[in-house]
Design a protein around this ligand. Structure first.
Ligand code: ADP
Length: 397
């Protein structure tokens, strides 16, 4: 009988999952998949460890919610992993507030705290918590662990966390939290084992996916990051605007009578690469497109990284390595090349042929003359969650 760990990442209309087979301290993904279209046309798809599709089906009924989708998933897993049992579930939870510095076993007290944070991330946290509640209801015997996107940045000082707003608002929690922490933590752990000569130095990581952010790390700890109070701040993203003069919001409210919901839609869903190009939020398509607006969108994407990199290097007081990760960072040689071209003043120099090669694991991309090593490190937030969950479950025994 094998033991399995289930890792869940519940979003607004999808639940991504990974099943890890646990063998002593090691864990390996055996099934990965997702339920998409929750609330509209739910579709389930799963692949095995060889990337072969092992299930593809529409779930009956348009009104399937997170709870029903998870019930289906657990039932499906029971019949498709007959030689073992799920011993724990690890969840990605976007917000842990200012004080939670590490993953935690979920109990009623923690749930209450996480619920109190919903107003800070209304588009994400409710879905994360719905996933936890659904498991607690369907399988109350299974221990659950929450892993937070904010925890990694709790090492930042209050200086980097404060906005120039009245102190009372800071005390009430209006501060920079930072996100993508599980990705940064994973990369910090890979650097520690694979490139210890870099891990303890000043490193900037560019997590460039649909959501994009950058993190300034010193000695493996976050000292500053581009995302702030929400996941809107900093770099321009697929559909999110990135840094924006707050005066724009006042103008849109006053002159265009925009309400909260409209602004939320505009800033989260209709801006960024999609808003500027008017074509798509998909970087691959924009790079291939000949439309002038696609070029403008990609140019601005790169320029914002240039600005943010300068700012984070100033925060660190130097730069010893630059790391690319996530969908665009891992796969787009062109974006990496343009970012590094802009960063020449920092002593960054790419090796073009290394940059062009397809990267499945940590790899150096810089030339031998480069003062600052450039690396690509594929991120793995699910593995990070699995490792944390396993550690907490073992410590409990
Ligand atoms: P998420 O933030 O949703 O996890 P990903 O990390 O998967 O997103 O990144 C998605 C982005 O990566 C998309 O914009 C996609 O176009 C981009 N991407 C993936 N492969 C490539 C590629 N070969 N070239 C350029 N962009 C790519």
């Amino acid at each position: 009988m094998d033991d399995f760990l289930l890792v869940l990442n519940a979003g607004s209309s999808s639940i991504k999952f990974s099943v890890f087979c646990i063998d002593q301290q090691e864990s390996e993904v055996v099934i990965k998949g997702q339920v998409d279209g929750i609330g509209s046309k739910p579709f389930f798809r799963a692949k095995n460890k060889h990337q072969e599709v092992i299930a593809e089906l529409f779930l009956e009924g348009e009104l399937i919610d997170h709870h029903q989708a998870l019930k289906f998933l657990l039932g499906w897993l029971d019949t498709h992993s007959p030689n073992g049992k799920i011993i724990a579930v690890g969840h990605r939870v976007v917000h842990g507030g200012p004080d939670i510095t590490a993953p935690a076993l979920i109990d009623d007290q923690l749930m209450q705290l996480l619920e109190s944070l919903i107003p800070l991330v209304p588009l994400h946290q409710p879905h994360n918590l719905a996933g936890i509640r659904a498991i607690a209801k369907t399988r109350p015997d299974i221990p659950q662990v929450a892993c937070f996107d904010t925890s990694f940045h709790t090492s930042c000082t209050d200086m980097t966390r404060r906005f120039g707003l009245p102190e009372q608002l800071f005390q009430e929690g209006i501060r920079r939290y930072g996100f993508h922490g599980l990705s940064y933590e994973y990369i910090a752990s890979v650097l520690r084992t694979e490139t210890p000569e870099i891990a303890d130095k000043k490193v900037v990581i560019a997590h460039l996916g649909n959501g994009c952010s950058m993190c300034a790390m010193d000695g493996g700890k976050s000292v500053d990051t581009s995302m702030g109070f929400s996941a809107l701040d900093g770099l321009m993203m697929g559909t999110r605007c990135g840094s924006l003069d707050p005066g724009v919001l006042l103008y849109l409210m006053r002159e265009k009578s925009m309400g909260v919901d409209q602004l939320e839609q505009l800033l989260y869903k209709e801006s960024g690469l999609l808003g500027i190009s008017g074509i798509t939020n998909d970087m691959r398509e924009l790079i291939q497109s000949t439309a002038p607006q696609a070029d403008i969108a990609v140019d601005l994407f790169v320029y914002r990284i240039r600005r943010e990199l300068g700012s984070l290097v100033a925060a660190l007081g130097g730069l010893d390595a630059l790391v690319f990760t996530a969908g665009i960072g891992e796969n787009s040689a062109q974006i990496r090349q343009r970012v590094c071209e802009d960063a020449k003043w920092l002593g960054v120099e790419l090796d073009e042929s290394l940059n062009e090669m397809n990267k499945q694991a940590l790899a150096y991309l810089s030339s031998s003359k480069s003062k600052v090593p450039v690396l690509v490190v594929p991120t793995d937030e699910e593995l990070m969650i699995a490792q944390h969950t396993l550690k907490i479950i073992h410590a409990r025994k």
